[in-house]
Design a protein. Structure first.
Length: 437
């Protein structure tokens, strides 16, 4: 990929257009990390790039970004530009191209992202002090941080994401500017917020990212429900780790390569606790129905962040049911089989494991379920019901509200192993249906 990107730059240079590899690919290479991709910047205008690479196509027409295929890879090739007069904290009111790559570097967000590699001379070009910041482990804006963040409010979330991903500290002036402007993040669209927060939650330090969001005030602007967690004390006999926020961040710390569904389920699983906390006369702290209230709040939050219907359902389901695992060993066999065969079971089981690790550390229910599945792997899928509605109709019964109630009872008894044959189950169903109660 690097060789192919270098060849794209060489083609541009041979035709008189200065250019180089820019941004995250340069930054990560200098840090000894494998880059995910290589972006290219050039003084060539989009139409000039298209003339050199006939198969290229525009992917960001308003910003002069072309997609060039070369050597089996696709690269974003951006025309060097200046941006001026941001009107809404998201989009520049005017974009001007420039033939000066230094000007392009100076309009970028952070110094460590404004480095470009010149493959012709084999050197890294640095016009903003990015190499020094890489060596010091500091994330700093290019130029005045208040100006940079006012241009695009999303840059404040990107600062948190980059700082925690790179294990860098925020430059003091950069952090002060974020704290001053954090409320502006509430004006960003749900889609943009979802992408950035999800990237943080599934990155190398999700707990650190959430703590930094809270410290800078961004959390209060975009997720006030989570910002309400610090200081919400819990019963020490069950939660010796501390308040709800501490518990949640501890769970985030113990995630292992999480997908977005698990990460958001962890973040939101106790979101209902601040609103349901009560203290009995004895001093005992309670959170009655926090999982039910939390599921309602989770649905509203995910709608705000424009989650898909399927992802929303899975996360809300996990939040609503995260307390039921404590009673698994005492459950009736039918109820336990339905829990295990639930399509959301793997997600909820891992949420339960993290929930335990983040407080008392007792994993007896988790181990119980693993042993059960190891001994009886068939429990992952429910059997076909012995009796269905059509069987009752064929027996001469008229469909009605009682059908579902009778069928559910018979199926539960089937799961409990009470019937050896379909005929036994059908006789029981007819007997239940004939009852007046």
């Amino acid at each position: 990929m690097f060789e192919a990107a270098t060849e794209v730059v060489r083609v541009l240079r041979r035709h008189g257009f200065d250019g180089g590899i820019v941004g995250g690919g340069v930054r990560d290479s200098l840090l000894g990390r494998a880059p995910a991709d290589f972006d290219i910047v050039t003084v060539a205008r989009p139409e000039e790039t298209a003339a050199l690479f006939p198969d290229c196509r525009m992917v960001g027409a308003s910003f002069g970004v072309s997609l060039v295929r070369h050597g089996g890879f696709e690269f974003e090739v951006a025309a060097a530009r200046q941006e001026r007069f941001y009107l809404d904290g998201r989009h520049p009111g005017e974009v001007k191209y420039t033939r000066d790559l230094v000007e392009d570097m100076q309009r970028r967000d952070f110094t460590v992202n404004a480095l470009w590699y010149d493959p012709v001379d084999g050197v890294v070009r640095d016009a903003v002090g990015g190499i020094d910041d890489l060596e010091r482990g500091v994330l700093r804006t290019v130029g005045d941080p208040m100006e940079r963040f006012n241009e695009d409010y999303l840059r404040m979330l990107r600062a948190v994401r980059f700082a925690t991903r790179l294990r860098f500290r925020l430059d003091p002036a950069t952090e002060r500017a974020i704290c001053a402007l954090a409320a502006k993040c509430a004006e960003l669209t749900g889609e943009r917020l979802r992408v950035e927060v999800t990237s943080m939650l599934t990155g190398p330090d999700p707990a650190g990212a959430v703590r930094m969001l809270e410290r800078t005030g961004i959390l209060g602007a975009i997720l006030p429900e989570i910002a309400a967690m610090p200081g919400v004390e819990q019963p020490p006999e069950y939660h010796p780790e501390g308040d709800v926020f501490v518990h949640t961040t501890l769970m985030l710390e113990h995630m292992v390569r999480p997908d977005p569904l698990l990460a958001w389920s962890v973040l939101l699983h106790d979101v209902g606790k601040p609103l349901t906390r009560s203290v009995e006369p004895s001093g005992r702290i309670r959170f009655f129905e926090h999982e039910t209230r939390g599921a309602e709040m989770t649905g509203a939050i995910l709608d705000r962040f424009r989650f898909s219907a399927a992802d929303r359902e899975a996360i809300v389901h996990a939040v609503r049911n995260h307390m039921r695992f404590s009673s698994v060993p005492l459950m009736k066999q039918a109820k336990r089989r339905k829990l295990i065969s639930d399509p959301n079971f793997s997600l909820e089981l891992e949420l339960h494991r993290l929930d335990c690790i983040g407080c008392h550390g007792m994993l007896d229910v988790f181990v119980f379920l693993l042993d059960l599945l190891d001994a009886e792997p068939e429990l992952r899928e429910l059997p076909e019901p012995f009796v269905r509605g059509r069987d009752l109709v064929e027996a001469g019964l008229r469909p009605g509200p009682r059908f579902r109630k009778v069928l559910d009872k018979v199926f539960d008894r089937q799961l409990a192993g009470e019937f050896a044959t379909r005929e036994e189950a059908l006789k029981t169903a007819l007997r239940l249906f004939s009852r007046k109660d």
